[in-house]
Every structure is written in C-alpha cells, then in structure tokens.
Design a protein around this ligand. Structure first.
Ligand SMILES: Cc1cc2nc3c(=O)[nH]c(=O)nc-3n(C[C@H](O)[C@H](O)[C@H](O)COP(=O)(O)OP(=O)(O)OC[C@H]3O[C@@H](n4cnc5c(N)ncnc54)[C@H](O)[C@@H]3O)c2cc1C
Length: 466
C-alpha cells in the first residue's frame, strides 16, 4: 500500500458513493472509485458483523485446512489507506427518487451514486421441516458458526444437491467425523458440467471415504424431534436418520432491495456493459448482476473473479462524471464513455473429493439436467452456453491414474476444458481459450485417437507464449 490512492483532485463537490455489499464486487468498486476520485466519500454497507473475507475459503476453514484468520485479507490500515468507511447494518429499502438507503434501525444514508453488490443466497427446497434447527447452508462466515454448532452433537449428516458446495459440505462433515449420506436427484454428480467418467471419478472417491451415495433420490421431507432435525424421508419413502442436513441445490441473486425499488430484473439485476441498472445512478455488480445488451438473457456468474471484474467496472463508471450523469436507460451502451465490462472466459479451480478440478469455457451442452435447481456457486451459466454455429464441436479426453482431461475443440480453437487431478494443463488450456489461439499446428495430433493431450499441448503453449 504505497502512495495515496485517488491522486486526481477534481475541485467539485465530493460525490457520495454508497455500496451495499462488502464482498469482492463491493470492495473492487470502492478501490476503483478511490483510484479516480480522491475527494469522494465511499461507504460500504454490510449486514454482516465482519469486514471483507474470502467466501471460497469458508469450507477450507470448516474442514480445518486453514485457520479462520486466513480468511481475512484486509487489515484496518487498508480501510484507512483507501479512506473507505464501513457500516454494519442491514439495508432494508431504497428510495431512488430521494436517493436514500434505508437501514435497519431507522437510519437513512443519502447517496449520489449507489452500487448494489448484495451477492446471492442459498436456495432452500420447499419441503416440510426445512425450518428445523440443524438444516444448514454455506453462504457466509455466520453460517460456519451455525454448522459448527450443528455438528458438535451430531453423528450423521445428509447432504442434498450438487456442484461445488455439496462436495464442500460433505468434506466438512467428514472432517468433523460424521457419517455422511449424499442424495443425488440424478444418476450422476454435477451432470451439467462433468461428463460420466468425471462424475464417476468424484463419486468413487466419495465412496472410498465411506460416503453413502443415494442416486436418483429426492428429499421428500425433513423429520424433526423437539425442533431439531432427526432425519429425512425421501420422496420414495425411505427414512435416513441424521442430526444435520446440508442443503446445496444452488443459489439465487439477492434481489430483495432491487425489485421493490423498481430496478429492471430478470434472473439478476439487468445491467448494461457499464454495470448501470435501469435506474439512474444505481449500478449493480457481482453475483446479482445479469449483464445483458438487450433482449437476449445474460448469464449469471457466481464466480469470485467475475465479481472483482464487474465491481471494478462499476466503480470506474460511478467515479466517471460523464457516464454516470448521462442517461441510465438499460441497453444504451453504444458510444457511451467509461469503462466497459468484457466478459472473459469463465474459469474456476475447485477442490472436489480431494481432487483439484479446473473448468474453463464452454464445457457442456445447453439445458443439461442437474442436481442443482438454481445457479451453482463457483460456477457460470456461460459454461453451458450453446456453441456458436459453424464447425462441430469435437470432444477429446485423456486419462491417467487419478487424472482426467477433457478438451472441447471447435474448428481450430479450444472452446472449453475440464482438467481433473494433474493441473499442468489448466493454465495453458485457459490461455488458449481466452486468446482464441489457432490450434492449426497441433489440431490433428490433438484429435488423434489415444493422444497424450499434455504431450501435445504443453510444448505448443510454450511456443505460442514465447
Ligand atoms: C462456500 C462458497 C464457496 C465458493 N467457492 C467459489 C469458488 O470455488 N470459486 C469462485 O470463483 N467462487 C466461489 N464462490 C462464489 C464467490 O464467493 C462469489 O461469487 C462472490 O463472493 C460474489 O461476490 P459479491 O461481491 O457479488 O457478493 P458476496 O461476496 O456474496 O457479498 C455480498 C455482500 O452483500 C451483503 N448484503 C446482502 N444483502 C444486504 C443487505 N440487504 N444489507 C446489507 N448488506 C447486504 C452481504 O452481507 C455481503 O457482504 C463461493 C462462495 C461460497 C459461499
């Protein structure tokens, strides 16, 4: 932290920026504003009692892989340096006409520019008993306390759902010594992203850890005793005793402020490439933002790096008088000044059943069925985007003990990749996708039956990078 951020002194009246949400989108926006405007007041509002922390790190903390302190990366000095004020209170309503945020307890916060970066929250299935104590989700640091309380006296747990979070909950319960049952709505795990072999690899590892897997099994109701979870009953009538029930059926953007305030929404808050909502001087970024340039639905991206990128764009535009003072009509981006968000290759590295897994680009057909009923945390709807017309997609895969690589080749380009286990191909694959590198010189070798994908791609990657 050297130098004073926000070197440009404008001389105009200080602009009041209010940011609701203290995650990566909110904090990146605050930094971007300060970098452009030394005079502005910047206030971040969060209903949580903590400052910025790593949400992807929560499961690592719960599974005893990292200490809690490691989740916090910004000391008090950081907030002083960037001159960011923080308010710990729940925002209960917006008044875009009076430019006010209503906080719990009756306090009102005036703003000139407002960013909504309220993230997303775990969805719950609509089944009897879902309100019982011992039903847990993993969204926040407060949830980790609830989970730790729930597992203290527990001997067994049931986990329902798919994607990254279901596996994280399973790992947490195993690390805490619980017997775990895993209910999968379909025949395999995370079928909208992983193919049969990849899913099989994950499920085998779970079985090796004594997880009892119930495929094609749906939660019917939660059984209780004295207000606490005592078991579950499946739709087929099977009963499984447990004291903890982990739910991971996906997340939904938190739109409870945006909708009543009249912001146009679809799956998320609709924003243009400048992250402007349809209401003047209100921006949105991170998990809640659906970037769309007109009628076509945008993708929800529940990814940390996307939250940083969209937050940064929003902040740069909030600080930019020309843009923010201009029209705020949604879809009106043509020719507008200011920072423009350009979606990159959605990418994630996650840890599934003791296996590092990297996922990049288009990896799955549109509309694939899944255990997740909503967007999955740590994933992007763009992974399921339909391939553009033109050359057919060729899927090549390579295997080694405990490792699996899948590449989607479209014409002469790499469109997507799933790399499980050995991660040597992860960065090269991401680079080749992002840079749309012409695979011409190695395409035939790559598509040859039984090709060693790493042997073909690694030297090629080194050569194109040189
Ligand atoms: C367990 C877990 C694992 C994950 N794993 C990965 C991963 O492997 N890779 C990856 O890329 N991403 C992962 N993610 C997703 C990633 O953390 C999110 O995409 C990212 O945090 C979104 O950032 P955000 O700033 O939009 O919202 P968030 O980080 O969710 O922050 C939202 C903020 O808004 C505040 N808020 C909401 N409503 C109100 C209100 N009314 N009043 C006041 N404050 C409010 C909240 O308190 C919070 O501070 C994971 C998330 C979780 C929970």
């Amino acid at each position: 932290m050297s130098g004073r951020p926000g070197a440009v002194q404008t001389g105009r009246q200080a602009c009041r920026h209010v940011i609701i949400g203290h995650g990566p989108a909110g904090l990146s926006a605050a930094e971007a504003i300060r970098a452009l405007d030394a005079d502005a007041s910047i206030t971040i509002v969060s209903e949580e009692p903590y400052r910025f922390y790593s949400r992807p790190g929560l499961a690592f903390y719960l599974a005893k892989r990292v200490p809690q302190e490691q989740l916090f990366s910004r000391p008090d000095a950081y907030y002083r340096h960037w001159r960011i004020d923080t308010v710990h209170a729940r925002a209960e309503g917006l008044d875009p006409t009076a430019r006010l945020v209503h906080l719990a307890g009756g306090r009102r916060l005036p703003y000139d520019r407002l960013l909504l970066a309220t993230g997303s929250a775990a969805a719950l299935p609509n089944v009897p008993g879902i309100d019982l104590a011992g039903v847990v989700t993993l969204d926040s640091l407060s949830d980790t306390r609830t989970i730790l309380d729930a597992v203290r006296q527990a001997r067994s747990a049931v986990v329902v759902g798919g994607g990254v979070t279901a596996l994280e909950l399973i790992e947490v319960f195993l690390a805490r010594g619980l017997k775990v049952h895993y209910l999968l709505r379909r025949a395999r795990y995370w079928s909208s992203v992983l193919d049969e072999a990849e899913s099989g690899l994950v499920l085998k590892r779970l079985r090796d850890e004594q997880v009892e897997i119930h495929t094609e099994t749906e939660l019917g109701q939660v059984l209780g005793r004295k207000g606490r979870v005592a078991g579950i009953e499946t739709r087929a009538g099977q009963r499984i005793g447990c004291e903890v029930l982990g739910i991971a059926i996906g997340v939904q953007p938190r739109l409870e402020l945006a909708r009543p305030a009249g912001l146009p929404t679809r799956k998320g808050v609709l924003v243009d490439g400048h992250m402007r909502s349809g209401v003047k001087d209100i921006f949105a970024a991170g998990d809640i933002a659906e970037v769309s340039d007109g009628d076509a639905p945008g993708h929800l991206n529940m990814l940390w790096p996307v939250a940083i990128a969209t937050g940064r764009t929003a902040g740069a535009n909030m600080a930019c008088a020309d843009l923010a003072d201009g029209p705020a009509a949604h879809g009106d981006t043509a020719g507008a000044p200011g920072a423009l968000y350009r979606p990159g290759t959605p990418f994630n590295v996650c840890y599934l059943a003791d296996l590092w897994v990297s996922i990049a680009g288009q990896v799955s057909p549109a509309g694939a069925d899944d255990d997740l009923r909503h967007a999955g945390r740590g994933s992007s709807e763009a992974w399921q985007a339909a391939s553009p017309d033109g050359d057919a997609l060729r899927v090549v895969s390579g295997r080694a003990p405990g490792a699996y690589q899948r590449l989607h080749v479209q014409g002469n380009r790499l469109a997507g990749a799933v790399i499980m286990g050995d991660q040597r191909l992860a960065t090269p694959a991401r680079y080749l996708i992002e840079q749309a590198i012409d695979l011409g010189p190695v395409r035939a070798a790559l598509l040859a039956p039984g090709a060693d994908l790493a042997q073909v791609l690694l030297p090629f990657y080194e050569a194109v990078r040189a």
